[in-house]
Design a protein around this ligand. Sequence first.
Ligand SMILES: [Zn+2]
Length: 402
Amino acid sequence: MIRQLLWIILLTPYLLQAYTLKGHIVQEQVWRAGETFLSFLHQNKMPLKLYYKLDPEDEKLLMDIRMATTYYIVRDENGQVLQVLLPLSEELQLHISRDLSGKYQFEVIPIIYKTIRKHLVMAFAGIPSKDITKRCGNFDVAIEVEQLFKKVIDFRKIRKGDHLVVLYDEKMRLGKPFGDPIIEAAMIEVRGKPYYRFLALDGRYYDQNGKNAKKSSFIVPCHYNHISSVFTNKRWHPILHRYRAHHGIDYATPVGTPIKAAYNGKVIFAGKKGGYGNVVIIRHPGGYKTFYAHLSRFKTHVGKQVKTGELIALSGNTGMSTGPHLHFGLSRNGRWINPALQITFQGGLRGEKRRAFLQSVKIYLQKIKNLLQSQNKREKDQVSLETIEDRNISDSSDKGGV
Ligand SMILES: [Zn+2]
């Protein structure tokens, strides 16, 4: 029954704020700023011991929940919580369910979503981000496009009639766009000059010649012996037999290693954060934040403006940590992203990788060309249609004059 219900929830494409389902109420709620798993349990009259049953890794994941995340609660007619589906990352969610004896169980399970391949072809008419959002219905596509081209294009200089082509994948969960869209190829034509970005197999973007599209801003924040854990949104742990996520890179380094700001910014947090131990958070321009955890000592304070490379702390082993290391996290607009893809080296692709990349670029360029041609044809058709309509109007007014 409970499984069935879960499927009904997952497959229901149009979830509104709240509606009833066989006497049960499904609520769509939003994770508020400052909300914690404990306050969530408290507010929904669920046993607080669920929090204490969490293992350290799950506890860290729960601290990573993005503000404004949409989640679902199923209640019975008395308002008692039967099930919760709470996204922890783009790939994993916490599933809490109440069994017949009234006990709550929880598990971390993959988020079920559909990926839809889409393309956007358009001529700009006014403000670029507004035009893009209006055309494709997803503001995140506009953000991604601006991020990709901001180093080479001044978006204020885009004029009416300049073109944009974007080939991307959009994740859909419960009938709505979910997570970041993945752009595979994009072109902006500014006054006849095209600019390109293509996603390579290494997860980075390059121009049509395989050159690094993004100039790196972030630096590695410390000297380290080795990387003990890489970034992952979802990984099956073969020993623990459960899903894991790791929203950062772990740099194994002795206690007391100087930790440096990865980029210019303002320190917005320096204190304890549960399983992460002592933490510093820095806010940077462009919606980025960096997160430094398990520190032994702070060498900065909240409100301080710091420069790239400036000392902010000493590394340590505080919180839930399996050994001395720095956990380094990076988020953009509240979503955890892989720091390894931002700490890029200048240059570009070489050898076999470059050859394979240029091969796929050829295919993308042809696709973009075809899409632009059909768009131009539509625009022309539109113009001729408008001309006909104009003539009709003048015809009728002519007639009116007779
Ligand atoms: Zn870590």
